[in-house]
Design a protein around this ligand. Sequence first.
Ligand code: BGC
Length: 720
Amino acid sequence: MVSKNVQDLMEKMTIQEKIGQLIQLSADFFQGDNVAITGPLKEAHLGEAALYSAGSVLGISGAQTVRKVQKNYLKHSRLGIPLLFMADVVHGYKTIFPIPLALGASFDPQVMKTASATAAKESAAGGVHVTFAPMVDLVRDPRWGRVMESTGEDPYLNSVMAKAAVTGFQGTLPLDQNHIAACVKHFAAYGAPEAGREYNTVDISEWRFREQYLSAYAAAIEAQALLVMTSFNTLFGVPATVNQHLMRDILRDELQFHGVLISDWDAIGEIIHHGVAGDLQHAADLALKAGVDIDMMSFAYAKYLAKAASLDPQIEQLINESAQRILILKEQLGLFTDPYRGLSTERETEATLTTENLDAAQAAAEQSMVLLKNSHHTLPLNTATAISLVGPVADTGDILGSWSWQGDPDQTETIADALAKQFSNFTVMPGTQYHHVQFSKLNDAVNASRQQETIVAVLGLPASESGEATSMTDITLPAEQLTLLRGLAQLNKPLVTIVITGRPLDLTEVDALSDAVLLAWFPGSRGGAAIANVLSGRVDPSGRLPMTFPRNIGQVPIYYNAYNTGRPISGTPADDENKYLSKYIDVANSPLYPFGFGLSYGDFTITDWTLSQHNVTPDQPLTIQATIHNSADHAGTTVVQLYTHQQVGETVQPVKQLQAFKKVSLGADQTQTITLTVPYDQLSTIHSDLHRSTDQGDYTVMLGFDSTCTASQPFTVAHQ
Ligand code: BGC
């Protein structure tokens, strides 16, 4: 339903004004009170008119600045159509939450929802209307730096998290002033670049795309995400941004997406490099025909649509459709009623960096940390233990991670400072920088460690080595840091390694050298405090891996929901005697740490589990009841995970597919019975005709604490 207001505007607008709505410019176009035709405008060969007709801007925030820019803009807008402010508010605004991959590791959609709702509240108070999030690209390749922005390798976990993020950012529609519109990205399959190299070709079959990649985008759209962003990559041989099959048939028709489709940065212009458009005019034509409403920073629409519209009524019609969608979005944001959305510096101050927000960020960090190894109960540590704290990340605020442009590492409490609040006796000596070492300093750190009881090494990568444009081919820790760790390991003292990273790393040597390994990701504003709480045992690290950690780079891509081959290994010694199996000759097939894995300070077992009935139908979901026991003498938290496998299908089936999970916290020697349900439709798969349906037949359900679980029970599926 199009409102009267939007209809009236559409009638009054000139074609040039409508095209203006389709143009997004970056912040630097709007700097200064009197915009002169210099700088960016000149470089882009655009006039002042383009600036004041552009419908949206990206990257401007701050209550005062946004008010000023909006006011000035409205002075020039003939019909008083407000400017739309968009920005990348990804894992927090001023209060930084753990990176999205870590939020995925929480295995708790409420954590993602709270993170997104907090980011929305803070950034809305800072004048942001639309966030370029959530990023829901399924990822399997840690060489690709942007895995940190995703929630991982699993279609189901990603879908649950996508929904939680959209609901957190937007609240319940209609949007109120504490929420912002979500833009799900990057449509589609940006997470599968060949060889993990940024912006590289994606070539997966449509069957596989639909089977694994599409569901998280679909979940975000079902949760009513108001925008979608195109991706840089090609898919099915055509760049996604101009791919009509992807954008028209799949996004608009099948997924019923009626909101605004925005290109990624200059993605329309890049079609020329892809070799699918001869020039920018051609690129503009292809993008509009694919249904891209907003051109982010390629200027193709600004330069060529007016002429194209005058020659071709179809182009004019498409411009009308796009302009109308953008006006509807502005209306949904309430901008026609209040172009400032209640902005004030007082509200901004009150809403940002509140104790409540920071506490939520800390809780999220605690829930997302993954304990990868804990020999002989090395952790938790007694707070009176004499600790030697070493490593390049021990005493730096660089723990926020990429896409935290409003966060300030210099104002962020370091891990050393946070530890000092709980541990009475420790020394800090980094020993090495991330990629550079002075051997005298390294020796000092090793010697200092000799005097202490326990060593805590905080190793990892800086934020600048994760996120966009940070592909790498070697995913071991830098040699300098491994040299330090080897030196420390020789001291034969309990050695705890904390890893700060935005991607899975090859931790094979780290695991071998350390007694305990805690994966803290980039934990955000209160990451230090969260780490201190985990080390002291005040909280149980309850994160579980949302991506498989390989033994080495050669295993990549490696993921749990793989297909059996015709020559699978059995996992028994017999495998060694048969050369012609699907295996490596130099390393096991299994990863170092599997998907879903993570240890707890508790000691959990599933004592009993039963299926409500062994036959699943459209009316009768798969329902299991499981009794979980914590036999430790202290509380703990675990994640119960349910996987299924279809025995025989028309197409190949993954060896295991996550279908449900539940985070369970239990006190000492406590027991709890939980119920997990999988609806009939969720058991559906994509058939060779590319349609999704649930097959009748035999299945197994597996239950456990990670993706290697083997306890299984059979069930059957019938159509009724
Ligand atoms: C990224 C997007 C981001 C956009 C705007 C692009 O380079 O791929 O994810 O939203 O820039 O900052």
